[in-house]
Design a protein around this ligand. Sequence first.
Ligand code: PLP
Length: 442
Amino acid sequence: MTHMTIPEKGSSREAVISNLKSMKSGDADWHSGQLFGLIYEAGERVEKLVREAASLFMIENGLSPLTFPSLLKMENEVVSMVLSLMEGDDHTVGCTTSGGTESIFMAIKAARDWARQEKPQISKPRMVVPVTAHPAWNKAAHYLGIDIVMTPVDDCFRADTTAMKDAIDENTIILGATAVTYPHGMVDPIPAIGTLAEEYNLWLHVDGCLGGLMLPFLRKLGYDIPAYDFRVPGVKSISADVHKYAYTPKGISTVLYRNSDLRKFQFFMYTEWPGGVYGTPSLAGGRPGSAIAAAWAVMHYLGKEGFLQLAQDARSATEKLMQGIANTPPLYVLGKPDATVFAFGGKDVNIYELSARLKDRGWHAEAQHLPASLHMTVSPIHNTIVDDFLKDLGECVVDLPATDAEDISEMAAMYGMIGTMTDRKVAREFALAYLDDLYNLK
Ligand SMILES: *Cc1c(COP(=O)(O)O)cnc(C)c1O
């Protein structure tokens, strides 16, 4: 393969920026509220604030708290504010990380090392996690050498606690639960899972990556939110992403522990390096100051009042969208979602074809499978587009092909294919080849 080389001579700043802008023009237009995922959009004034805060600390490196004490102070304050939302007490502590994946990774690593001390007889550790858990769990299991057993969910897409109990064996060290599952937007029955964790002396990590900065505000607004935080005995750690429902640019999440003895299992320290004593709280070495500053800024800028308003906007949009979808046969909402994320399917129709038609009109309601459905992550901004979306949805749903129809668009066929391939090993190989191809220069 011939590689692209760094140009012999540089270009002007104007030319470079203009090039970037032109590349960007082919991307999804999230400002308009047509994207239901990836970006958590709270409107122009929040965007302006985070851009300004991030740029102030764009170059500073979070690796050295002694060189940039401002970043350390901001990090500790951000963690503390998130802890206060999780009903922590004087003993609860936490850290920031680069994102939900790293937060989950860190909690699982801490739990593994805790088990090495608490349950030294276990040589092949194992965790029990509902199928709706985020793939970051599978990734962490894969990287950290832990077996992972996926248990089914009930008819409402919440963890089946009996199945989890049945899956616990003598090698099990970790139970997983999620407070707002990504695929369907549910809160798992965490008190019941917490009881199991206590009964078997297991580490329960609650993945609040998606719900962590949303559920506390919905609860304050009076919505009936099931228990999921440190009030539940048995919960040892919680992850909560700031770069989701705290509306900051990517690069910041939190991982929280019931006490500092548990958090110590996360830390890394090496004292014999010629480069000096090297310790980090989390996986990363160098860390962007921009993400930390933006997180700190948004919390002070919005205040509880601002978060409450945005949570109300997002939930109102969610309710109107779910209602509109339920009123558009053959579409239906999966289960009774607790917060601002949901999925919808279509009875006896090819739902992926609907996704393709919506995409032609600029809407991104992404496909998921097992069962086939479209996914909606709702942001405050969506409160302004509900009617437009439902109008387009009503038009796109007309004459959708049946589930087994052959005359469907290429995109819908692609979506459907991996989900329905009976040989899952072949499906995996196919998807891997696709990934490999993506990350080649074209
Ligand atoms: C987004 C998400 C994650 C992973 O977070 P990243 O920031 O994408 O690494 C984990 N769990 C849930 C429930 C999520 O929604």
